[in-house]
Design a protein around this ligand. Structure first.
Ligand SMILES: Cc1ncc(COP(=O)(O)O)c(C=O)c1O
Length: 375
């Protein structure tokens, strides 16, 4: 299963050559499986498609190797994966949630915790002095997103682990991906990715993955819960994800290279007020990100244009290469005016969140330049 420890080789080969002579992975579409005359399942572990599926298992095995995890579970979306982790909690539990993260997570967790009588605190994890004040809260679960979307704040995962030694530490690593960071090796118990983003990378699959450092009862319960509740991804989606993973390393390398050059260009532009990107030497998170993110700083950034909401929306409307759409991590560069989406969260009206794709860097910088100058 493991041709090499080298990430790019692992991704390109998918570890499937030992089960099939085909260079492309197989797909299992069956929803049900035969039993023999003694009524014993003829294929171990395969009874009904809602429980599990070989193509899904294959994608999970590859993702687990990339993340150096003990095991992986794929869910039908990133939010489904996040919700599954929180659903393991109950009344009386305490949650410490990072503030200023993906709004979908924050909104869902707030509602869930209030309905389930779970105490919730939201704080900025990138400021360890603030975090220290909450150590006595003794949270059951600590949920961190690094780098955070859309503020691009970076959290010191090793420090967070040390501060909360007995909490379940969950890290949403969607913006870093296993190409740049392996949170399990820094003490996280669970890592989550929206595989809809860079892992799949082609804007055509919704998926989420949870990865674990330990095959403990909590993990067994999560796996049972997924099977019983039928929250499994379809085999075609799993196969598309596998197909995408083959080029994951090279996509990430290009996206990270492009993003760094784009951020430097934008930061120096007279019509840009600021750029949030940990790859910039001026970023307060640069030193930490250099230590914690291996080989790049990711594909996500936020740009504050000089001016107000109207100026920001004018710039967005004039972009030609960047596509106006939500989401991130795809091969095509996307722009989003976050204040339109989450006006209540205190997001600046002049903030544009950008996901940098694999286009030629000159086209991306020229696009921003013309949009800024003509707005
Ligand atoms: C950081 C982060 N986590 C989780 C999600 C949710 O993932 P999905 O859209 O696959 O449900 C998103 C979606 O944008 C995200 O940005």
């Amino acid at each position: 299963m493991k041709p090499s420890d080298n990430f790019a080789t692992l991704a390109a080969h998918l570890g499937h050559f030992d089960t099939s002579a085909g260079l492309a992975p197989q797909i299992q579409t069956s929803t049900t499986y035969r039993r023999d005359v003694d009524y014993v399942p003829m294929s171990e572990g395969n009874v009904y498609g809602r429980d599990h599926n070989d193509t899904v298992r294959h994608a999970e095995a590859v993702l687990a190797q990339m993340e150096q995890a003990k095991s992986a579970l794929i869910w039908p979306s990133g939010m489904a994966a996040i919700a599954a982790v929180f659903r393991g909690l109950g009344a009386g539990d305490r949650v410490l949630l990072q503030s200023g993260i993906y709004w979908g997570t924050t909104g869902w967790v707030r509602q869930f915790c209030s309905e389930q009588d779970i105490e919730l605190r939201e704080i900025d994890f990138s400021d360890l002095d603030i975090v220290k004040d909450h150590m006595t809260f003794e949270p059951t679960l600590v949920f961190c997103e690094t780098p955070s979307n859309p503020w691009l704040r970076v959290t010191d995962l090793t420090a967070l682990r040390t501060m909360f030694p007995s909490s379940v530490l969950v890290v949403d690593s969607t913006a870093a991906t296993p190409y740049l960071t392996q949170p399990l090796s820094m003490g996280a118990d669970l890592v989550i990715h929206s595989a809809t983003k860079a892992l799949n990378g082609h804007s055509d699959v919704l998926a989420g993955v949870i990865l674990t450092s330990d095959l403990n009862p909590r993990w067994t319960k999560l796996a049972q819960e997924r099977a019983m509740a039928g929250a499994i991804i379809g085999p075609f989606e799993a196969w598309l994800l596998l197909r995408s993973l083959r080029t994951f390393a090279i996509r990430m390398r290009t996206m990270c290279d492009n993003a760094l050059r784009f951020a430097e260009f934008a930061k120096a532009h007279p019509l840009v007020e600021d750029v949030f990107y940990p790859g910039l030497k001026t970023s307060p998170y640069h030193a930490l990100a250099t230590r914690q993110m291996n080989g790049g700083y990711g594909y996500l950034m936020s740009v504050l244009v000089r001016g107000d909401r109207k100026m920001a929306l004018d710039v967005v409307s004039r972009l030609k290469v960047f596509q106006r759409a939500t989401s991130l991590g795809g091969v095509e560069s996307l722009v989003e005016h976050r204040h339109t989406i989450e006006p209540h969260t205190g997001i600046p009206e002049n903030l544009l969140r950008l996901s940098i794709g694999i286009e030629h860097i000159d086209d991306l910088t020229a696009d921003l330049d013309q949009a800024l100058r003509n707005a």
